[in-house]
Ligand binder design. Structure first.
Ligand code: HAM
Length: 419
């Protein structure tokens, strides 16, 4: 039997209502902050991701879906969206038309990771990117937007983790310091961390190995070595969050898995989704646009994992969505009335009612079962003696009340059902 690829999931009609609701909340909140939607292609040139996310990162090194197309170009299914947004921003010279551009997106992403709860190979992110200002007001705004979305979904068990990575100059000095510190305990580090020592030393803080974390307990933290400007901006971000009643904690070990960050970084984690607890992550990337060939333009943004968020909503039972129903189900008592039912359904649908009927010539009992399955608010019976005497029988499924309506008076049915 052919099956969906490992790490991918069908989103079935029974789950769609929750997805649409999440998308609606995302769109409403972003729009309220004047972010404009952007959609970019599902694949890009591989070089885009290598040059932005970083050659030494897990995403570029191990997780990308990369293939050579018939034109012999190396293409990659997008593992994240920031690089694509920046590429589009540069390609269409969007900075020329507007000095500050605020974008949001909802899109599938692709990473060949080991699938587990909260980690898929095709997953969905929504996110926002603000390009054109170094103002820490935007750092705070970005965090407030995603916090508002998550709390708007009723999620309670949330922790905002905040850190600052400073600018590359101060970071290089710090990396040397950390390397010196870790050199003493090099032999005690796990294999993965030893590799990171040379390649991507900051990621050692992400190690899940207990003995690594023990060693790191007394390590110097980057936050204590960042430059003056980063420090001042960080203070502003913290004050703005306090002022907006967003609870947060400083996490000096939050280094993030992508190379483009400068200054503020953050994640929001949920206590309700198991080990893959980050619902979203983001931060500032002031050098990325020029790194990709554009005019120097600072930026800040985040992305959030939609599967993880919906999983958290399920575990916290935070979404109380109304039961889905249809307005009207038409039940025919005589088989030869099919084309009449067909016409009637079209007429009622034109009146903006959600209408369905039986296509399988089933018994009245089976049609009634179907009406109940669809949670029909009203059922319209057509056929039998009533139909012979020019009437249809409309039943309100909530109250059980029935009403005979003349065959020349369909608009009354629309009015009654619409109420
Ligand atoms: P990221 O931390 O790689 O950041 O991903 C953001 C979120 O996407 C994660 O917190 C998680 O919820 C979700 N996510 C990531 N990988 C998976 C997966 N394999 N399965 C399910 N969910 C996943 C970025 O992508 C950056 N582009 C964020 C950003 C935007 N920074 C600045 N602007």
């Amino acid at each position: 039997m052919l099956k969906a690829i490992t790490g991918t999931k069908d989103i079935l009609p029974t789950e769609i209502q929750r997805w649409k609701y999440l998308e609606k909340v995302v769109e409403e909140i972003f729009t309220g902050f004047n972010y404009k939607e952007i959609r970019t292609p599902v694949f890009e040139e591989t070089a885009l991701f290598a040059r932005s996310i970083g050659e030494e990162t897990d995403i570029v090194g191990k997780e990308m879906y990369t293939f050579i197309d018939k034109g012999k170009t190396s293409l990659t299914l997008k593992p994240e969206m920031t690089a694509s947004v920046v590429r589009a921003f540069i390609e269409h010279s969007l900075g020329k038309y507007q000095s500050l551009n605020k974008f949001f997106y909802i899109s599938p992403m692709f990473r060949q990771e080991r699938p587990q709860a909260g980690r898929q190979r095709q997953f969905h992110q929504f996110g926002g990117e603000a390009l054109g200002s170094t103002s820490p007001l935007l750092d705070a705004e970005i965090i407030i937007i995603v916090y508002k979305i998550l709390s708007g979904l009723g999620l309670k068990d949330l922790t905002v983790k905040l850190n600052s990575l400073g600018v590359p100059g101060s970071r290089e000095n710090y990396k040397n310091l950390l390397r010196e510190f870790l050199n003493d305990s090099k032999d005690k580090l796990s294999g993965d961390s030893r590799k990171r020592l040379d390649q991507n030393i900051l990621r050692i803080f992400d190690s899940k190995v207990e003995s690594d974390q023990e060693i790191l307990k007394s390590a110097p933290f980057l936050i204590d070595y960042i430059d003056e400007e980063s420090r001042t901006d960080f203070e502003v971000v913290k004050n703005l969050l306090k002022q907006s009643n967003i609870p947060f904690e400083i996490d000096p070990k939050l280094v993030r898995g992508l190379d483009y960050y400068t200054k503020t970084t953050f994640e929001i984690v949920s206590g309700k989704v198991g080990s893959q607890s980050a619902l979203c992550g983001g931060g500032r990337y002031d050098l990325l646009v020029e790194q990709l060939g554009g005019e120097p333009t600072p930026g800040v943004g985040f992305a959030a994992g939609m599967e993880r968020i919906l999983f958290a909503c399920e575990n916290e039972q935070s979404l109380n969505l109304p039961e889905e129903n249809i307005d009207l189900y038409i039940i025919k008592l005589d088989k030869n009335l099919s084309s009449k039912v067909f016409d009637l359904a079209l007429y009622f649908r034109k009146g903006d009612l959600v209408v369905d009927y039986d296509y399988l010539d089933r018994s009245v009992k089976a049609q009634m079962r179907e009406a109940n399955k669809f949670n029909a608010r009203y059922v319209l019976f057509i056929g039998g003696d009533e139909f012979q005497s020019g009437k249809l029988n409309l039943k309100n499924m909530g109250t059980g009340e029935q009403k005979l309506i003349g065959l020349d008076n369909y608009s009354e049915i629309i009015n009654l059902v619409r109420k």
